[in-house]
Design a binder for this molecule. Structure first.
Ligand code: ZN
Length: 369
């Protein structure tokens, strides 16, 4: 109002004309939305077209305590596919969590076709206590608890909620991970191939090649046992005929701005690739495919000293690292079982019996799909 008093007569006319234009635009816009007005619902959360709603899914108390899952639904002004992004299945994988906060702020629902579902921190019990791999409540790994159990432990009930309320509503699904606070890793993507559905294989491969990661790990669907019920999230999606990938971005508990930008760029490119956003699309040129994973595990509790870097190419028998007892005596050495690339290496001293210390993969520039 104060501004109007300072305007000249001409300026007031211009302002009125501008307001009329805005009103006409709003009318046309609301008509368009009305024409395309479908409520998108997740649990009891309802989102109109052109709206962005953040809320929590409640996981009720069961045989152990309950929790919540913070989510956002961005329902585009126009119809299109439903893309779901998970972060925080593991509690100290921070780059995906921060990336999704930025996606929430930067995506305008009026500029997208379809619906984007963001699960900001899937595993609040693990995140809030900074527990890597497992929840401190039931000592279970959420990413080995899918599709979950309605009356199971807290991790199983989180998985059950995520599977039935969110994953099954998706047309595309991406689970974003990274190295836990003790893991250094290269950014790679797991994707299934040789599923009986050719269309599913094509769409899954399309997602994998749209994120921008240079290292891709094809996983042969024929090797998945039918009766296997401790899935990871993307396998549950695949078993429900939903194209899905698992992405690794960032590591060691760090918030790396470049990693966040890289991940966000991949998400935007996926949205463009599947028709949710306008804009030029890229496909990862010359990716490297990783095969024949070898994992080395510790036989002792002790203090681990890594001698190789993530991304380093090593030959068979290379000394990867060693473990000492608490007084400095070497009790175990780790040598590479094959020549290949170090995809994951533990980089904090604490190591326990049975825990992984290193992953090595063989590298190819093509794969037979
Ligand atoms: Zn993870």
């Amino acid at each position: 109002m104060k501004l109007l008093f300072t305007l000249s007569g001409i300026q007031i006319s211009v302002a009125r004309y501008f307001l009329q234009i805005v009103c006409i635009f709003c009318l046309v816009h609301s008509t368009l939305i009305a024409q395309n007005n479908t409520l998108f619902t997740i649990g009891s959360i309802e989102v109109k077209n052109g709206e962005k709603v953040s809320d929590s899914l409640i996981v009720e108390k069961g045989i152990d305590e309950g929790t919540f899952i913070p989510i956002t639904i961005i329902n585009g002004a126009n119809s299109g596919p439903v893309l779901t992004l998970f972060a925080g299945i593991h509690g100290t994988e921070y780059v995906p969590i921060i990336t999704l906060q930025q996606v929430l702020n930067e995506i305008d629902p009026d500029e997208i076709s379809g619906t984007l579902i963001l699960v900001h921190v899937a595993n609040i019990p693990s995140f809030s206590t900074r527990n890597a791999y497992k929840s401190q409540i039931d000592n279970k790994n959420l990413n080995r608890a899918f599709p979950g159990k309605k009356d199971g432990t807290i991790s199983e009930r989180i998985a059950y909620t995520l599977t039935n309320v969110i994953i099954k509503k998706s047309d595309y699904f991406i689970d974003l991970h990274g190295g836990e606070f003790n893991e250094a890793l290269i950014n790679f993507i797991y994707f299934y191939y040789r599923h009986p559905s050719r269309e599913l294989n094509q769409k899954t491969s399309m997602l994998a090649h749209a994120m921008g990661n240079h290292y891709l790990i094809p996983v042969n669907y024929n090797h998945v046992p039918d009766s296997f019920d401790n899935y990871w999230s993307e396998l549950v999606a695949i078993k429900n005929n939903i194209p899905a990938i698992s992405v690794e971005c960032g590591d060691r508990g760090m918030i790396d701005v470049e990693e966040i930008e890289f991940t966000k760029r991949g998400i935007i490119n996926v949205m463009r690739t599947i028709g949710m956003m306008e804009g030029e699309v890229f496909r990862t040129e010359y990716p490297l495919y990783l095969f024949d994973e070898k994992e080395l595990n510790s036989s002792y509790n002790g203090i681990f000293f890594p001698l190789v870097e993530e991304g380093q190419y090593i030959v068979k028998e290379t000394l990867i690292g060693y473990t000492t007892d608490y007084w400095g005596n070497v009790i175990e050495e780790f040598r590479s079982p094959s020549s290949g690339i170090v995809t994951v290496i533990i980089k904090v001293p604490a190591i326990n019996i049975g825990e992984s210390v290193c992953h090595v993969h063989k590298v190819k520039d093509t794969f037979e799909d």
